[in-house]
Design a protein around this ligand. Structure first.
Ligand SMILES: Nc1nc2c(ncn2[C@@H]2O[C@H](COP(=O)(O)OP(=O)(O)OP(=O)(O)O)[C@@H](O)[C@H]2O)c(=O)[nH]1
Ligand SMILES: [Mg+2]
Length: 309
């Protein structure tokens, strides 16, 4: 009996008692998903140099001795009347309304103009619960001082002590941001068991990894015209899963490009996806990957409602 008590004592949580739901917002390509991956130490949200990589609200959980921060990565917020963008903006607005606090990521290498103003408008009224990360300070053309001047004009209520210079890519300044977020967080029950670092379903994660590998190899408009459909998944043994997925494009002409000469492109996407998935899951995934045309899917409300949430 005594031993059992000892065991339960040892298993007692080492995660502190604060909890907060933190929505990450910022322009496309500001580095929101990179921040989340670095802060959580896991590949939670896919990253690419192409704006509008993230299309969903994606949760990543950071547990430390101070408590549990549940980050919600969101699509880059920007002006465009395209159906898909309007849906992505709704995702951001919903997540902002739900948030206990906000992590505002600014790309310090880009001048703060109208695009940034659009986001500061969204943040008005939320200044007290916002922590700002001026990202990409590792870049030569980074200008965090200019960003600070812009912010002091646009959001004078924003406390300077909650604005930090960071490099999400190089893990610089991340702990300062986390500390400030813990400072704002209330003592509250945790939202997830401490072994969780994301709430994403397996099929969604597989689809996202394939999309990441695809968009990082395709150019011009094609990355925006791609989505991944998981058609079938089956555990064939405790260490092996079989999965059939379709890389869907909008037009017949794009299909040829995604397949590539001698099917080289689709083969590379498949092999690199398997490698990435191996890092995430503790079983091997045998991937059957094919390309399919889903004509003008970005105009299809049913499809968008299913893909963007
Ligand atoms: N130099 C540098 N590049 C970075 C840093 N953080 C992110 N990046 C790069 O910026 C690009 C966009 O990063 P993401 O994390 O996908 O940006 P995002 O804000 O999630 O973009 P969307 O999902 O499109 O809104 C990628 O090429 C990243 O490697 C950083 O601290 N320094
Ligand atoms: Mg992103």
């Amino acid at each position: 009996m005594e031993n059992m008590n000892l065991e339960s004592e040892q298993k007692e949580s080492t995660v502190g008692d604060k909890t907060a739901l933190v929505t990450i917002i910022g322009r496309p390509s500001a580095g929101k998903s990179t921040f989340l991956n670095t802060a959580s130490g896991e590949m939670v949200s896919i990253v690419s140099s192409i704006p509008q990589t993230t299309r969903n609200a994606i949760r990543g959980i950071v547990n430390t001795s101070l408590g549990q921060l549940v980050f919600v990565d969101t699509p880059g917020y920007h002006e465009s009347n395209k159906k898909m963008n309007l849906k992505m903006r709704n995702i951001v607005a919903d997540q902002l309304a739900n948030a206990d606090s906000i992590l505002y990521v600014v790309d310090s290498t880009r001048p703060c103009g109208d695009e940034e103003k659009l986001i500061t408008e969204l943040l008005k009224g939320h200044e007290k619960k916002t922590v700002t990360a001026l990202n990409k300070i590792d870049e030569k053309d980074s200008n965090p001082s200019a960003a600070r001047v812009f912010l002091s004009k646009q959001l004078p209520e924003l406390s300077e002590k909650n604005i930090f210079d960071v490099s999400a890519k190089n893990d610089e300044g991340i702990n300062d941001v986390l500390r400030a977020l813990y400072e704002l967080a209330p003592v509250a029950p945790h939202l997830y068991p401490e072994e969780f670092y994301t709430d994403q379903e397996v099929d969604f994660r597989i689809a996202e990894v394939i999309r990441e590998q695809a968009i990082n190899r395709l150019d011009q408009e094609i990355p925006h015209c791609v989505y991944v459909q998981i058609a079938d998944m089956e555990m064939r043994s405790p260490t092996k899963m079989w999965c059939r997925a379709f890389l869907c494009v909008e037009k017949e002409s794009q299909k040829g490009i995604v397949i590539g000469k001698g099917a080289q492109m689709i083969k590379t996407i498949r092999v690199e996806s398997i490698k990435q998935l191996r890092k995430i899951f503790d079983y091997k995934i045998d991937l059957d990957l094919q390309v399919k045309v889903d004509k003008n899917w970005r105009q299809n409300d049913l499809r968008l409602n299913k893909l963007l949430k």
